[in-house]
Design a protein around this ligand. Structure first.
Ligand SMILES: Cc1cc2nc3c(=O)[nH]c(=O)nc-3n(C[C@H](O)[C@H](O)[C@H](O)COP(=O)(O)OP(=O)(O)OC[C@H]3O[C@@H](n4cnc5c(N)ncnc54)[C@H](O)[C@@H]3O)c2cc1C
Length: 404
């Protein structure tokens, strides 16, 4: 954490959060990933009075919506601290996908939808999920999808097959992206976002998909879901018919800042573990692992890369604060692929430094290595962001738009 970037009004909270993560959350981690996740959720609920006393509950929300009203730049730095533990964001009700869903509902829910779905999310009484990606269509270009929501009277009848709906296990509702306007001239105007309670007949959570051997449970899982003739009132739609992708765009800018700073938090924790191991692993004859030049280089390279990634992300956050997400499109694409790759490299070096211990579940490194490989895929794969950035740069040099 580069404390000189902390604004005075978050310094105290940053300090308290760091202690909270180290003293309260880190000791819960081993249980969290080796026992049913519901037990950890109970433990986290017991910590809520402490979180609220610190002023960290819903810490990304504006004052109008009952939050502390921090800038994105400030939230980003707190997000790094929470990222040091996989339980950090969840403990403060700032976790994806609920944070993004809350922002959608704040902007687009009717009073009736707000009281049924938004208010219990804000108080942490329920969880939610976001159901867009489908196994049979390329998620990198999600305007192509097979899920439909056909109007019958005052209801939508939804049919489709989704997967990688994160945290659906235990969620009370899904925000489902479905085609409502197949006749619209442009593909990105064909889908709508519709709230589907998970107890509706026809909502079938087929399985938590194993990721590299681990299916996870509860919040820490990714579900395959079939929607078969699921009926919901038309009033469960968010925004206008066909506006689903326009709404999706709104949640991407700040959401990527949250993810990237969470990854920086993971990098810092992994870096600490790597350095502690290097400094204390006795290799015999008075030599320690950290005396090896290769390990020294891993540490130096990791330090430089983490600091560079943080600077890029904070720059993107500040640009969004000052000029909005659209104006920050280049910065957002840059951090999405750059920070995800730094994360992967730092985790890999930390594991290598630990030898066999690194691939066991006795440290958090293997959990993150497995779970966060997806960082280079979700919210836009590396290649999409790199091409998007390069095209914008080349346009400055006069390159015409591609015709195909
Ligand atoms: C951990 C995790 C959590 C997720 N959570 C959710 C969730 O909660 N809700 C949800 O709806 N979805 C979720 N997803 C799905 C995610 O949004 C998609 O996986 C992502 O959009 C990529 O789509 P795809 O998997 O279909 O890959 P594809 O679109 O098939 O792409 C495969 C690969 O092709 C390459 N590629 C794609 N486009 C281009 C291009 N233009 N140029 C060059 N190469 C390209 C990339 O290397 C890419 O990885 C999650 C995914 C992961 C891994």
């Amino acid at each position: 954490m580069l404390s000189r970037f902390l604004s005075p009004r978050i310094q105290e909270l940053a300090h308290q959060l760091r202690e909270f993560v180290d003293q309260e959350l880190v000791p819960l981690e081993q249980n969290a990933f080796h026992r049913p996740f519901q037990e950890t959720e109970q433990a986290l609920k017991a910590l809520r009075p402490k979180v609220k006393a610190m002023g960290a509950w819903n810490l990304y929300l504006s004052k109008d919506h009952g939050g502390p009203g921090f800038s994105l730049l400030e939230v980003a730095q707190l997000s790094e601290i929470l990222g040091r533990s996989p339980l950090g964001h969840l403990s403060c009700n700032c976790q994806a996908p609920d944070a993004g869903n809350i922002e959608l509902l704040l902007s687009h829910a009717s009073p009736a939808l707000a009281s049924q779905f938004l208010h219990p999310l804000l108080s942490g009484d329920i969880r939610s999920c976001f159901s867009m990606t489908e196994p049979d269509f390329a998620g990198s270009n999600p305007v192509n999808m097979g899920t439909t929501a056909i109007r019958e009277g005052d209801e939508y009848v939804i049919n489709g097959h989704k997967w990688f709906t994160s945290s659906a296990d235990g969620a009370s509702f899904a925000i489902v992206m479905a085609v409502t306007n197949p006749e619209a001239p442009k593909p990105h105007m064909r889908a709508s976002m519709i709230i589907v309670p998970t107890d509706r007949p026809g909502f079938d959570l087929v399985r938590n998909i194993p990721v590299m051997g681990h299916a996870g449970s509860g919040y820490h899982s990714h579900a395959e879901i079939r929607y078969t003739n699921v009926r919901v009132p038309v009033t469960n739609r968010l925004g206008a018919e066909g506006a689903g992708f326009a709404l999706a765009q709104e949640r991407l800018g700040p959401g990527r800042i949250h993810h990237c700073m969470r990854w920086i938090g993971i990098c810092e924790r992994s870096f600490d573990l790597m350095c502690m191991r290097a400094a204390t692993r006795d290799m015999g004859n008075g030599s320690y692992l950290g005396h090896k030049q290769t390990v020294q280089h891993w540490i130096a390279e990791s330090r430089a890369e983490i600091d560079a990634a943080r600077m890029l992300v904070l720059n993107a956050a500040e640009t969004i604060d000052q000029a909005g997400s659209k104006a920050a499109a280049r910065e957002i694409s840059t951090i999405k692929f750059f920070a995800a790759n730094v994360l992967q490299k730092v985790l890999d070096r930390a594991i290598q430094t630990h030898g066999a211990l690194g691939i066991t579940d006795d440290t958090m490194l293997s959990y993150w290595y497995r779970e966060e490989r997806g960082a280079r895929i979700y919210d836009g794969p590396d290649e999409v962001h790199k091409s998007s950035l390069a095209k914008k740069i080349l346009a400055d040099y006069g390159m015409p738009r591609s015709t195909h």
